[in-house]
Structures are given as structure tokens and as C-alpha cells.
Design a protein around this ligand. Sequence first.
Ligand code: ADP
Ligand code: MG
Ligand code: ZN
Length: 624
Amino acid sequence: MNSGIYKNLALWLVIALMMVLVFNLFNTNTQTNQKVTYTEFLDSVTKEQVKKVTIKENKITGEYKDNNTRFETYAPSDNNLISELRDYNVGIEATPPDTTPWYMQLLISWLPIILLIAIWIFFMRQMQGGSGSKAFSFGKSRAKLLNQDNLKVTFKDVAGIEEAKEELTEVVEFLKDPAKFQKLGGRIPKGVLLVGPPGTGKTLLAKAVAGEAGVPFYSISGSDFVEMFVGVGAARIRDLFEQGKKNAPCIIFMDEIDAVGRHRGAGLGGGHDEREQTLNALLVEMDGFDSNEGVILIAATNRPDVLDPALLRPGRFDRQVVVPRPDLKGRLQILKVHAAKIKMASSVDLEIIAKGTPGFSGADLANLMNESALLAARANKDEVDTSDIESAKDRVIMGAERRSMVIPEKDKKVTAFHEAGHTIVAIMTKGADPVHKVSIIPRGMALGVTMQLPSDDRYNETKDHLLGMIRVMLGGRIAEEVTFNSMSTGASNDIERLTSIARKMVMSWGMSDKLGTISFGKRDEAIFLGKEISSQKDYSEKTAELIDDEVEHIINTCYNEARKIIEDNRLLLAKTAEALLEKETIETSELKELVKEYAAEGYKDNMFSEKEQEEKEETKNENN
Ligand code: ADP
Ligand code: MG
Ligand code: ZN
């Protein structure tokens, strides 16, 4: 970034200036002249002690003969001086009077200080993070005003979160006609808090409320309040509410409110840090206005758990609207909204795509549609078809392919067996998510990917499913061990993830037989440093040992089961790896063929639907 260069430059300038100043200081110090009176000077001249003098107007500086020390004095207009000096053999030198005008002198002497101040202001601006003109408006709110004209978002653009929309309809009605509600003396909610995972459409929803009601919409992000100067955030809050009241009816939208609204008393800097002042100002302002004035506060967060309870009490953000990840129906509706923006082939069945994207948020789906349009454009197509959407999906889930990466043949082979290991365990584990695609094309940080997609939306993890996940993750490493009798670092991410799952099973989810349904340790992750330090281990050393034992037990059991699957299915493993090395990516249909042909006897796979399973059995019996 450019400003980085300027900052560096400014820093060096300051350092250089300092050095010059310091140097000058010492320089003049060493040359300090001894001050003498005119009489003393004349005496020294008559005693022939003076070597030479420099006369500048009426100031005389000179040097003694013996030790070269310098002196200075001021002369009255003495007409005999020159002849006297000549008599005693003193070297005479004269300099012209100073011709620098007074203002130049002033400038020169003040220049360094002016420069320093300029640089200081420059730095302050940088830290403010604002553009130039804002350098001195610290206390002004940063709220952006979106007027009706540029607010084209309405409820039509928000899909798949019907409940949340319904709750907000009431707010819209109030904003449209406040008088109707006030007639009966009802109190309108002051604040609505939108809670939900990132990308589910909280910001969009708030905009849609304003768009529907046709009122001004002030939007500000929580982080705009967090500044380096104590008190600035609080001043901004007050300014924001003032503006809001002036423009009522309107909506004040505070995005990412957790940046200011965190639990007080959890910071390291004692009770007086900037954030707390800001939060206090917010609480006070919220109490200080009456929603009947027509100002409605909407806030959004994805971390309601860290919010200060004072924010959530009645009279403040007393309405919480949950904005969840969309379910199948919701995803289909969101896809429809975004598909309308691109040119889509009529053959595309959005329902299938909605089925294949469980866990996607609204933003993910919007991104998916956009990516597929870009991919189709790159391929010079006229319309976006299903294959574009499929590759866009892979890209969104697994990251872009890194085809340019050159991988040695040996590593490729290890990766192929590793991924085949994951795949085979996933196929042979009951309840594990079906394998959607396996690939040894590097993507993102990974050398290969085994992509499983859940067959349904999942809201709750069962113990069996978690154990299955651990088994599948172990499969990669086991395949390497069984095939090459060696281990690689490629499994480090698998190992990290499976260990964390096993730990949570024991410590948070009460899924261990020995320890039972007790939660150990603080369940929520460290919110930020202050909280972690104050949280304590709420179990004994003995229990800690037991926890470790249980975690180990879970992983070992899974390891043995997965190892048995792989050892029994070595032929399938080899064939799958072979196919991977040849084609780089294999899909469900090809996997099915491999399983049909090479799976070991006595294993029940989860590749085929029940009907297909029966057909498979029948053909087998016929062949025998
Ligand atoms: P959040 O604020 O919850 O993190 P946003 O509202 O910023 O998410 O959503 C980002 C983008 O994702 C939106 O601009 C929109 O294009 C898309 N999006 C998210 N949710 C939905 C939805 N329910 N319906 C339509 N589009 C959505
Ligand atoms: Mg947002
Ligand atoms: Zn792996």
C-alpha cells in the first residue's frame, strides 16, 4: 500500500531531523566563546596575547595566542581600534553584515519545529484511518446515510428466511405509520438484534427493512467506534443518535455490534478502556430516546454470546431475530433470487443444486451463482449450465485448483493412496457422509481432497456420525502406512481435526462411557485474551488424565476399525488410487463402478441406494 511507503518516509525524515538538531546542539556547544568585556579585550591586545579577530558590525570574536581559546565581545564605536590592533600585530578580518531578511531567519529557526508538527498531524491522520479531510473531526459519527433513492433492496431480494422477515414486517409497518401504533399507547421495540452466522443475510435484511419502509437508513459498523483516542467512540455514538433523532423516522443500523458490545470487565486494561466508554455511551443513549420518536435501532452480530447482558435487557435490544442458515427450501429460494441475475440454461435444475449444497449460507449461494457465471464466461459460453455450477461449487467448497503446481511422481502416488484411504473408509462406514468427489489436484493448501457431502441438512451430530468422521480422517494415514509402510506429513491436518473432535466428544458433549455426561473446562472458546486468563480448569489432575485416556481410547478404537477396513479392501484401495493417478479426479459414478467390482466380501457400502443395492445383489447371484 502507498501510505505504508509514506509512513516509512516520514519516519526516516523525523529521525534525520532529530540527528541534525542534536548535531547542531553539540556543535555550537563546543564552540562556545568566552565572553569578555571590551576593557579586558583591549588589555589582552596590549599584552600581545591576541592572535586574530573577526569584526562583524560591532561584534568582535577572536582567538588567543597561547591555547587558541576563543572569545567574543561587543565594541563601542571606537575609531582607534583598528590602528591599535595593527600596532600589536593582530590579524584582522571583517565580515559583511547579515543580509538574510528577518523573516527568513525566523523561518529557518522554526522550520524543524513546523516540520515536526506537520509530521505529527500526518501520523494522527493515518491512525484515524480516515481520509484527509477527516483529520480533525474525531468525534463525528461515521454513519453512512443511504437514502431511499439508492436503497433499492426490498424484502423481495431476501429469500429463504421467512420467519425473520415476518418479525421485521412489524417494524416496517411502524416506520410507515407511527401514529397508528401510538394511538393505543403501545410501546414499539427500540432495538432489534439480528443474530446469525456470517453471510446469512443480516445486513441485507436490515437494508430491506429500510427499503420497504422508505425511510433513511444510517449504517455504521461497530468497528468504526473503536478508535485510538479514548472518548472518541462515545462521542460518535452521541452524534449518531442526534442525527437519527433529527431525521426521524429512520433506521440506525449498527453492523457487527460485537465490536463495541462485548462483555464489560473482560478486557485486560482494567475497567476504563475505550470500548467500555463507548458501550456505556450506547447504553445511555438507548435509554435516552423514546422509540415513539420514530428511530429504530437494528443491530447485527454473529456472536450474541459475547454481548454484554445490559445490551439485551428489555428496553434496549429487546427483540432478537434469529437469521439461520437456510434449509433446502430456503436455499432453493435464494438460488432463484440470484439465478435471476445471470443467464441460465433452461436445463439447470436449481433444486438439485440446492440439495447438493447443505450448510451453504446465502452469501455462499450468491457467490456460487456468480462464480459459475464467471466460469461460463471464461469458456465463452452463452449460458450458464449445470457443469459450470458444479465446478463453481468445487471451487467454493475446496478452493481454486492449483494446476500449475508441479508435484513429483512419488508425492502424487502418496497423495493418491492417502485420498483413496479416506474414500474407502468413508464408503465402508455406515452413516458416514457419501463421497461426492475425490481429487489429487492440489487446491488451496491441500495436495488432494476427498469431498463428502451430507445427504441431508444436519442440525445435530450423533455419536456414530462423529466416530465415522474420525475413522474417515484416519483412513488417509492408514492407507499410507499399509501401502508404503511409511508416514508423511500430509496427514497433519487430518490428525489435528480428529483429535479436536475426540476431545470435544469427551469434554463438551458427554459422549464418553467412563466420564459420563459432564462438561469439563470452559465450553466457549477464548473470546479474547482477558477471558482466557481468568477462566480456570474446573477439573482435577486425575480427571485430566482420565480425559486424555478416553480421547486416546476413542481414537485407537477408530484407528483399529479403519485399519481393518483398509486391510480387507486393499484391492479396492489400489484400484482407486490407480484411477486417481490416471484421471486426477473421480466422481461418484466412477467410484460406484470400482466398488461394484473390487469391494471385499462381507462389507456393506453406503454408495448405493437401497434399490440399487438390491439390483446389485441380484446381478451377483445371477452371475454365480
Ligand atoms: P451477513 O450480514 O449476515 O453476514 P449479508 O447480508 O452481508 O450477510 O449477505 C451477503 C450477501 O449474500 C448479500 O449481499 C446477498 O447477495 C447474499 N445473501 C445472503 N443471504 C441472502 C438471502 N437470504 N437471500 C438472498 N441473498 C442473500
Ligand atoms: Mg453483515
Ligand atoms: Zn487427508
